[in-house]
Structures are given as structure tokens and as C-alpha cells.
Write a protein that binds this ligand. Structure first.
Ligand code: NAD
Length: 257
């Protein structure tokens, strides 16, 4: 429970990796704020369940990470932010010439600009507290590219650059800024890509998962949301106090190829 007394805000955390990170941070004792753009009773119930399960304070705040003002408003509403996990993300797959401009804008806004806005409001709070951790959920696509994912790859490379810049601006202030670069993790975002991939490659589900989606992941195993959460907990620990401005891959060897 070494994070007792710390408050963690995790964007895009009512499912998938964000929820896995929220669970692991709560397990380590942090009070948590989970988020998405919806405002349904089940979103608030999810926060209550997490609070009960781990004996921490947990709340859900609806805010659309596609809107800069809403990103800033989320952190301002919480009022304290010791740990910021920029996780909200969407994917869109199309060749560049057919890539809808509004999809490009949405991917860049949610996967990259949101982190700029939340970080801008959170850093003064971290400086005030004399401690802070910013953890950006990038991707193996922050380090390498794939065809048809231009906006996603651009946004993820961008967030790696933002990570390095924010680390330099906070160095020596007991604040670290790092990016976790997962390979394929089985979540709704990945599930949603499977039908597209099946259609593009003319393959059944199992074949497309093994031969296409995990083709670049030498372990041929999906990473788990708990493993990403555990990496985030490590980055919050004293052992990681001198790790800043860098990326940690959790990708079954993808970026070693
Ligand atoms: P997911 O679809 O399960 O979760 C995405 C989360 O973001 C959801 O909680 C969703 O509600 C939220 N979200 C989407 N649009 C939002 C918006 N406008 N405002 C607020 N919240 C919004 O997907 P995931 O796989 O858990 O992805 C989480 C992050 O991990 C993303 O940044 C993604 O790029 C990254 N990632 C995922 C994988 C993977 O294999 N799943 C690999 C590398 C990186």
C-alpha cells in the first residue's frame, strides 16, 4: 500500500488498459479517479466497486478527452493529481489517401493532445506537492510503424516526444514522466480491430490473431492489462525515481525485431 495518500487520475479508464492500471494503482493504495466521455450509472458504479474492493477513495468523472477544455477541467475538478496516467485512446485504420480528416483529428486529439492538456494542469499540482508521476500509455507504435495506422502512429510517436520534453522540464523536481509502450493487449480496442483485419486479410479470427496481429509480437502472446498496471505501479515506486523521459516496452519482444 505504498501509494496510500496519493491521488491518481487515469484517463479513459472505464475499460481495457486504463481500468487495469486503475486497479493496480488502487491495489497499491492510491485513491483513484477514473474517466471516460460517458456519464452512465454503471460508470459511477464501477468506481464504487473499485473503492470497495481495494479500500480506497474512488470516483468517476465524465470528461471528453477529445476536448482540450474538458481535459483541463478534469484535472482542475479533482484539484490534486499526484499520479497522472494519460491512457485514453482510439484507433482508426485506413490508407492515408482514404483516411477521413475528421478521424485523423479525433485520433490526434484523444491520443496526443489530451495528454498535453492534462499534463499542463497537473504539473503545477505535482510541484506544489513536491512529488509526481506522469505515465503516458504510448504503444509499440510510438517506436515503430505499421501501414494504415498513420494517425495512431503519428500520435503515439508524438506522445513519446511529449514525454521526453515534460521529463526535461521537471527533472530534479521529484517528478518523473515516462511512457509505457505496450504491444498487443487484448482489450475492446484490439477486439474492435479484429473484424477489419479479418476483412482486409480474408482470414478467420484465429488465423488473423496468430498470423497478422501477433505476427510482430515474438512471444505470440497478448500482454495483459494487469501487466501494464504493474509496470505503472513500478514507475510510481522509489526504485523508479531516476527513470524519467524514457519508454518501457511491454511488447513480448516486438520492438527487439
Ligand atoms: P479500450 O477501448 O479498451 O479503452 C480505451 C479507453 O479510452 C476507454 O475507457 C474509452 O472509454 C476511453 N475513451 C475513448 N475515447 C475517449 C474520449 N473521447 N474521452 C475519454 N475517454 C475516452 O482500449 P485500450 O486497448 O485499453 O487502450 C488504452 C490505451 O492503450 C490507448 O491509448 C491505446 O492506444 C493504448 N494501447 C493499447 C494497446 C492494445 O493492444 N490494447 C496496445 C498499445 C497501446
Amino acid at each position: 500500500m505504498f501509494l496510500a495518500g496519493k491521488t491518481a487520475v487515469i484517463t479513459g479508464s472505464n475499460s481495457g488498459i486504463g481500468l487495469g492500471v486503475a486497479r493496480q494503482l488502487a491495489k497499491a493504495g492510491a485513491d483513484i479517479v477514473i474517466n471516460s466521455f460517458t456519464d452512465r450509472p454503471e460508470d459511477h458504479a464501477l468506481a464504487s466497486e473499485l473503492g470497495r474492493e481495494f479500500g480506497v477513495s474512488a470516483r468517476y468523472i465524465a470528461a471528453d478527452m477529445a476536448q482540450g477544455a474538458a481535459c483541463r477541467g478534469l484535472i482542475a475538478e479533482v484539484g490534486v493529481c499526484d499520479i497522472l496516467v494519460n491512457n485514453a485512446g482510439i484507433q482508426h485504420v485506413a490508407p492515408i489517401e482514404a483516411f477521413a480528416p475528421e478521424k485523423w483529428d479525433a485520433v490526434l486529439a484523444i491520443n496526443l493532445s489530451s495528454a498535453f492538456h492534462t499534463t499542463a494542469v497537473a504539473l503545477p499540482m505535482m510541484r506544489q506537492a513536491g512529488w509526481g508521476r506522469v505515465i503516458n500509455i504510448a504503444s509499440a507504435h510510438g517506436l515503430t510503424a505499421s501501414p494504415f495506422k498513420s494517425a495512431y502512429v503519428a500520435a503515439k510517436h508524438g506522445i513519446v516526444g511529449l514525454t521526453k520534453t515534460a521529463a526535461l522540464e521537471t527533472a530534479g523536481q521529484q517528478i518523473t514522466v515516462n511512457a509505457i509502450c505496450p504491444g498487443y493487449v487484448l482489450t475492446p480496442l484490439v477486439e474492435a480491430q479484429i473484424p477489419d483485419q479479418m476483412q482486409t486479410h480474408g482470414m478467420d479470427r484465429d488465423t488473423v490473431v496468430r498470423e497478422v496481429m501477433l505476427a510482430r509480437q515474438p512471444s505470440r502472446e497478448f500482454a495483459t492489462t494487469d501487466q501494464i498496471g504493474g509496470t505503472a505501479v513500478f514507475l510510481c515506486s522509489d526504485h523508479a525515481a531516476q527513470i524519467t523521459g524514457t519508454t518501457i516496452s511491454v511488447d513480448g519482444g516486438w520492438t527487439a525485431l
